[in-house]
Design a binder for this molecule. Sequence first.
Ligand code: ADP
Ligand code: MG
Length: 345
Amino acid sequence: MIEDKNQQRTDLSELGEFGLIDHLTKNFVINHKSTVKGIGDDAAVLDFKKKVVVTTDLLVEGVHFDLSYMPLKHLGYKSVIVNLSDVYAMNATATQITVSIAVSNRFPLEALEEIYAGIETAAKIYNIDVVGGDTTSSNKGLLISVTALGEVENEVYRNGAKPNDLLVVTGDVGAAYMGLQVLEREKEVFKVNPNNQPDLDQYTYVIERQLKPEARKDIVKLLQDLDVKPTSMIDISDGLSSEIMHICKQSKVGCDLYETKIPLDPQVISTCEEFNIDSTTVALNGGEDYELLMTISQDDYPKIKANPNLTVIGYMTEESAGMHLVTRAETKIPIKAQGWKNFNE
Ligand code: ADP
Ligand code: MG
């Protein structure tokens, strides 16, 4: 949060557009056979033997991220992750991305280097080729658009859930939203007293989930190894309730979600208590968890039941039964997508 005023600032115009592109992309390596030609020509050339999935996301400063607490390296990393998450939600393997970026002249070269360091790290960790992009100026602020491509054999849509299927979520939910609450609070404290050094030790997990989310590449592999093909799948970018609603609407089914089964990290529970927010509300409406939500046939239950990465949180019902949360008190309340106003997308 503390800006280093002594940082070197090289004006972007010193390199020129082509010099800038070369400088930012010189470290990218190509790993995939399907990449015939990467950066450097008018277009990349790809050669897929399988079905291809394509997805894109646009991140806008002030709407999707706040640079007062989002380090630029993390922003680069996250801009890749949000796209990979969509690829994995199709049960696909991510292989290439393109990165388009618009910056105002308030950003020096060193800022772009940071963003690209994050992109490079994500590309390495997730084994993705960066095969192109575009670089331009903006009148105000920073925009990053990433497009991801992947290969898929057995794609999984949102529309395949059947009554009696189990509703399964990976990892835990709600942490990224609570991380955002902590960061927003610290930003306000910092405004009042810039010398105040915040002690964030007890929030490391929730903050990391907000600033450095991961995409569940491992789950696509796990499902393959377990020989489970989900009947439907979606990634959790907007919170459990809106993702459940997408699956239910597209699959024409209902759902009973059990409040007591929703996986929450202890740090989410303690931070919710501190902020006086209901943890179930956070799990349902928070978002940016980038976990996967899927439905599987009951026949596949023995294959997943021992796995710590997968939690059964409910089951699907007939469409006419509607979508419900079964509360701790065993009452049923309808699931609505509320989505908090201050939570973008
Ligand atoms: P054109 O003018 O034909 O669009 P550019 O000069 O914009 O070409 O881009 C030259 C090459 O550099 C292309 O391969 C393009 O995909 C790549 N490129 C441009 N900007 C970026 C970027 N921000 N990140 C990655 N690759 C980029
Ligand atoms: Mg171009």
